[in-house]
Write a protein that binds this ligand. Structure first.
Ligand code: SF4
Ligand code: SF4
Length: 375
């Protein structure tokens, strides 16, 4: 075991391989507040990558309703149970990661789902945590709540799938940090399925190999965001590149959201993988639940989101989400306009800070007809 630094848990930890960061790290921010669970992302991925034999049950992208939705069943609860105490002292995690808690002779603390655990991808959909009593009014945070959690592979900095593989079949690309399974090396031992705490590696019984989200790397190589990003109806997603915290550049949208504003948080940072998909937490949910899922930065993130009307830069940057299919490595706000740019500073997209509102008259004089969609 090597000692590596994991900034998300604020300390060094043990990992199977020495620290080796890619030239650039693929990363993304999902704004949970905007997801409507339309599952367009799920279908965009499914029809692109997993429509073959043996892939029927695979959802490289899925969207589950928290707290009762899971895919596979209880993926997070099972691990949270076996990981036991997960205390934080400020921003430093005091408990054990999945690498540090590995049973003797194993590389990762993991578990392998049963076939049936994959049978209910929409279990708990739209179920809220309890009944709303007669006459009860809704306050923020809500007494009764649910929210939608969209999930893909996190292309982790310290992938547990990679650490678990006895064949060395899983690798992290040095040029962009995307984690892939080498199909020609894989022998289907499924240690990666057991080891990934997010359960984002799937075994294909027809090919006898493991398969996973590839971050649509053929698109990334062309400077275009993945399928589940460009098809997102709620415009909740932004893909790009993330620097280490000490190299954060405020002109890089992801650095700004993750490192500077700290409004976008990792999913279960206590597992120890330094996952690279970041979530802006839902503002209507009690924060004690969110802290277990997104770590100790939740209160500050929620506060910033609620104050966004006063923070024009932050509000402007969120307007860039879903505005273009291109990866936007640089951005700036100029008055009422937000501009997404290439690395070299050429303009890729320009959006207004606030969408203008047009009110159409009830009568269309050009066609001499009343508009039925107007009051
Ligand atoms: S989320 Fe799972 S499959 Fe993806 S890189 Fe991390 S450990 Fe591997
Ligand atoms: S397409 Fe976007 S809004 Fe729809 S479920 Fe997926 S992440 Fe949520």
């Amino acid at each position: 075991m090597a000692r590596v630094y994991n900034w998300q848990i604020g300390r060094e930890m043990s990992y199977w391989y020495p620290e080796s960061r890619p030239e650039k790290q693929f990363a993304a921010v999902f704004d949970v507040n905007k997801c409507i669970a339309c599952q367009t992302c799920t279908l965009a991925c499914k029809t692109t990558w997993t429509s073959g034999r043996g892939q029927e049950y695979m959802l490289w992208n899925n969207v589950e309703t928290k707290p009762y939705g899971f895919y596979p069943l209880a993926w997070d609860l099972n691990l949270l149970n076996s990981l036991q105490g997960q205390e934080w002292q400020g921003n430093v995690y005091q408990g054990q990661t999945v690498f540090e808690a590995a049973p003797e002779g194993e590389r990762v603390l993991g578990w392998r789902p049963e076939e049936e655990d994959y049978s209910y991808p929409n279990v708990g959909e739209d179920d809220c945590v309890g009944q709303i009593e007669n006459g009860a009014s809704l306050e923020v945070p809500h007494m009764m709540w649910f929210y939608y959690l969209a999930r893909i592979c996190n292309h982790c900095t310290y992938p547990a799938c990679l650490a678990s593989c006895p064949r060395g079949s899983i690798y992290k690309r040095p040029e962009d940090g995307i984690v892939l399974v080498d199909q020609s090396r894989c022998r289907g031992y499924q240690e990666c399925v057991k080891g990934c705490p997010y359960k984002k590696v799937f075994f294909n019984p027809m090919t006898g190999t493991s398969e996973k989200c590839i971050a649509c790397f053929p698109k990334i190589e062309q400077g275009i965001q993945p399928q589940c990003f460009v098809n997102c109806i709620g415009k909740i997603r932004l893909a790009g590149w993330l620097s280490k915290p000490d190299q954060a550049n405020p002109e890089n949208p992801l650095d700004y959201l993750v490192h500077i504003k700290k409004i976008a948080l990792p999913l279960f940072p206590q597992f120890g993988l330094e996952p690279n998909i970041y979530y802006i937490p839902p503002v209507h949910v009690p924060t004690h639940f969110l802290k277990q899922m997104f770590g100790p930065g939740v209160d500050e993130a929620v506060k910033q989101y609620r104050n966004m009307a006063q923070d024009l830069d932050l509000a402007g940057l969120l307007a860039l989400f879903g505005s273009t299919e291109f990866i936007v490595p640089r951005w700036k706000r100029q008055g009422d306009l937000v501009i997404g740019m290439s690395e070299k500073g050429s303009e890729l997209i320009k959006v207004p800070l606030r969408e203008p509102v047009y009110i159409r008259s009830a009568y269309d004089s050009k066609f001499s007809i009343a508009r039925v969609n107007c009051p």
